[in-house]
Design a protein around this ligand. Structure first.
Ligand SMILES: [Zn+2]
Ligand SMILES: [Zn+2]
Length: 395
């Protein structure tokens, strides 16, 4: 297994070069045309069977090992975010208002590295590997990349048995990885509330229905769902990220829009939330004689790491980077991830790769100065590649 670490270190510069090239040329969801061209050219150069144009810009590379019908998938996402990059290094984004601020450039580069390593060790592969490069993880357009890839048959022909994924994590020190069985990323839903009142003169509130007052009470009382109606040991986040409405300082507003997101880990709690929210919205609006429209949209499901795959990757990680660097995470992250869509179909495992460097400031995901310590890239590559080899020994 340590051989794989050495092999990954040998291609480290190449992986970094690919990552920087993708970083400098970020593309948004379903528009990853250049990135997907780069990916398919690389996979073709390795001699893989390559399929392009799945879910518009998605690419799949198939590496046939000793058994064509035993298939493990490894997935990378390719999309960037609509953020103007503030970093100053020479490979900063060349595309105005677009940036790889979530590390998908690194995921794509690493999984290409895995394809290269496994091509070299094809003789040791007791099955075959499907490399999935998907568009639009960030869901700039609905439906997202993973769902569209699945719909277009990426898990079929030949059928995928299990899937591995990876995400860089700026909260974990470089050199380490974060591992957790069960829920690792939250279910992410979004909602919109339109509060309807009746406008009028600011000096005569008794002749109006003030939508701002109703909205303010709704904002306050929605927080009480988390603190008073859900068990304190169940993780739930209810965030309101946008409130807008009103026309002028001396006019009572007749309509306010409220938008937010709900994050949960327990599917039963998730089911209850829209009903609890509507009770609050309905009750508060009723007090003031107003009206409302409430729209709740279920997004990504919770991402659950399969037990056997977790054990397998943990063992590989312990050998490649050591036990103390294979950190067992206690809690899931309350962010979402569309890798969850694959794990609803087949057993999956999602690895968190440490990219934090305490000696310099690393900004959080989706920050205009997000960057990562590239020393992590060969580590992620080696763990995924070796896990694929071990997977077929175990099944
Ligand atoms: Zn992201
Ligand atoms: Zn991401």
């Amino acid at each position: 297994m340590l051989k794989m670490k050495e092999e990954a270190l040998k291609i480290k510069e190449e992986i970094i070069k690919i990552r920087r090239l993708i970083h400098a040329n970020p593309e948004l969801g379903f528009e990853e045309w250049q990135t997907s061209k780069l990916v398919s050219a690389y996979l073709n150069s390795l001699g893989l069977e390559v399929q392009e144009g799945i879910a518009k810009t998605g690419v799949v590379g198939f590496l046939e090992g000793n058994n064509r019908n035993k298939v493990l998938a490894i997935r990378a996402d390719m999309d960037a975010l609509p953020i103007q990059e503030q970093n100053k290094f020479e490979y900063k984004s060349k595309n105005k208002g677009k940036m790889h601020a979530c590390g998908h450039d690194a995921h794509t580069a690493m999984v290409l590295g895995v394809a290269k390593l496994l091509s070299k060790f094809k003789a040791e592969l007791e099955g075959s590997v499907k490399f999935i490069f998907q568009p639009n993880e960030e869901q700039s357009k609905i439906p997202g990349g993973a769902d569209t890839m699945i719909e277009e048959g990426v898990l079929e022909n030949p059928r995928v048995e299990a899937i591995l994924g990876i995400h860089v994590n700026p909260q974990i020190e470089v050199g380490s990885v974060g591992i957790k069985e069960g829920s690792i990323m939250a279910a992410t839903d979004k909602f919109k509330i339109i509060v309807k009142g009746e406008g009028g003169h600011g000096a005569a509130p008794h002749e109006t229905i003030d939508a701002i007052i109703i909205a303010a009470d709704i904002v306050q009382n929605l927080q009480a769902i988390v603190s008073r109606r859900i068990s304190p040991v169940e993780p739930v986040v209810l965030t309101i990220g946008k409130v807008c409405g009103g026309e002028s300082y001396n006019v009572i507003a007749d309509e306010i829009q409220i938008e937010g997101t709900v994050r949960t880990v327990n599917p039963e709690i998730r089911e209850q939330i829209p009903m609890l929210m509507e009770q609050t919205i309905d009750g508060v609006t009723d007090i003031f004689g107003g009206d409302y429209r409430f729209d709740y949209q279920f997004g990504h499901s919770v991402l659950n790491n399969n037990r056997e795959l977790t054990n397998l990757v943990t063992e590989v990680s312990k050998i490649i980077i050591g036990e103390e660097k294979s950190i067992i995470l206690k809690n899931p992250l309350m962010a979402g991830e569309d890798f969850a869509s694959y794990t609803k179909e087949v057993p999956g495992f999602f690895l968190h790769l440490g990219v934090k460097n305490s000696e310099r400031k690393i900004y959080p995901w989706h920050h205009s100065k997000f960057n990562l310590d590239e020393e992590a890239l060969p580590i992620g590559t080696a763990i995924l590649a070796q896990s694929a080899i071990e997977y077929f020994k175990n099944v």
